[in-house]
Design a protein. Structure first.
Length: 277
C-alpha cells in the first residue's frame, strides 16, 4: 500500500517589512524562513541591504524610501496580507513612509520588532528614527517586541531585573502600545523571562537559558513566528507563547555555522520526507 502524501497549502499571507542580512541568519532571510517553516506565505518589502556575516556588519545600504513604499503597496494590492511584520527601519524618513503605506493598505494585524543594534554591536537606526518610531509608529501596531537594550532606549528605564522589564513595558503602554513583549535574553540568569503586558494582562514566559552563542536572528525569528501564529487566528498571547517555543527549539537545534554568533535552525518545525533528504 503506497504512502499517501499530504500536500500543504499556505495557511495565511504575511508581508515582511525589514532589512536584508547577507549571512541569512537574521533580517528578511530569517523572516521568510520562519513564515515558510510555519506554513504560511511570505511577501517582502526590503528597507536596507546589509553586508554581514556571523562576526559582524560591514556596511548598510538604504533602499530609497519611495521604493519601500512601492514594494508595500504594489505587493499588498495584489495579494492582500493577513498580517504584517515590521523590522529594521533605520531612518525617520523610512519610518514615515512605512506609516504612509500602512494607511493605504489598512491591514489590522501589525507586529513591530524595533531593530536597533545588530548582534555584533553595529547600530542599525538613527536617533531621529527612534523618536519618530516612539511618537508615531508604536501606537499604530498590535504588538511591539523589543529586547532589553531596545526597551531601555525607547523608555529610558535601566533594566536589571523582571520588575524593571514590567516598568518599561508600562512605559511603552503609556506611549500608546496596545501589547508589549519585552524579551529577557540579555539578563544574566539561568532562566530567561519574557514579559508580556497589555492593559488587562501580565504574562511571564519562563524558559531555561541555552548555553550557546548561536543566537543570531532570534529577535527577527520570534517576531515573524508571532506574526504567523497571530495571522492564523491565535490570540496575541497564545501567538507569543507558540513563537517563543519555536525559537527555543530553533536555538537548541542550531546548526553551529560560522565563526561568530551563528544562526538558529528555522527548519526545526518541519519533518522532511526521506526521499528529499
Amino acid at each position: 500500500m503506497s504512502k499517501q502524501l499530504i500536500k500543504l497549502k499556505p495557511k495565511s499571507k504575511i508581508l515582511i517589512i525589514a532589512g536584508s542580512d547577507s549571512s541569512g541568519g537574521a533580517g528578511i532571510q530569517a523572516d521568510i524562513k520562519t513564515v515558510t517553516s510555519l506554513g504560511s506565505y511570505a511577501m517582502t518589502a526590503i528597507t536596507a541591504v546589509t553586508v554581514q556575516n556571523t562576526l559582524g556588519v560591514k556596511s548598510v545600504f538604504s533602499i530609497p524610501p519611495n521604493e519601500i513604499k512601492n514594494q508595500i503597496i504594489y505587493s499588498s494590492t495584489d495579494i492582500r496580507p493577513d498580517a504584517i511584520k515590521i523590522g529594521m527601519l533605520h531612518s525617520s524618513e523610512i519610518v514615515n513612509i512605512v506609516i504612509e503605506a500602512l494607511k493605504k493598505i489598512k491591514v489590522k494585524k501589525l507586529v513591530l520588532d524595533p531593530v536597533m543594534v545588530a548582534k555584533g554591536g553595529t547600530k542599525l537606526i538613527d536617533a531621529k528614527a527612534i523618536q519618530t518610531l516612539k511618537t508615531k509608529l508604536i501606537k499604530k501596531v498590535t504588538l511591539i517586541t523589543p529586547n532589553i537594550p531596545e526597551a531601555e532606549i525607547l523608555t529610558g528605564v535601566r533594566i536589571k531585573n523582571k520588575q524593571d522589564m514590567i516598568l518599561a513595558a508600562n512605559h511603552l503602554i503609556n506611549l500608546g502600545a496596545k501589547n508589549v513583549l519585552i524579551k529577557g535574553g540579555h539578563l544574566k540568569s539561568k532562566t530567561v523571562e519574557d514579559v508580556f503586558l497589555n492593559k488587562s494582562n501580565l504574562k511571564i514566559f519562563k524558559n531555561l537559558r541555552r548555553n550557546t552563542k548561536n543566537t543570531h536572528g532570534t529577535g527577527c525569528t520570534l517576531s515573524s513566528a508571532i506574526t504567523t501564529f497571530f495571522s492564523c487566528g491565535k490570540s496575541i498571547i497564545k501567538a507569543c507563547d507558540k513563537g517563543i517555543k519555536y525559537v527555543n527549539s530553533a536555538i537548541l537545534t542550531n546548526p553551529k555555522y560560522g565563526k561568530g554568533h551563528g544562526p538558529i535552525n528555522h527548519l526545526n518545525s518541519i519533518k522532511i520526507e526521506k526521499r528529499y533528504r
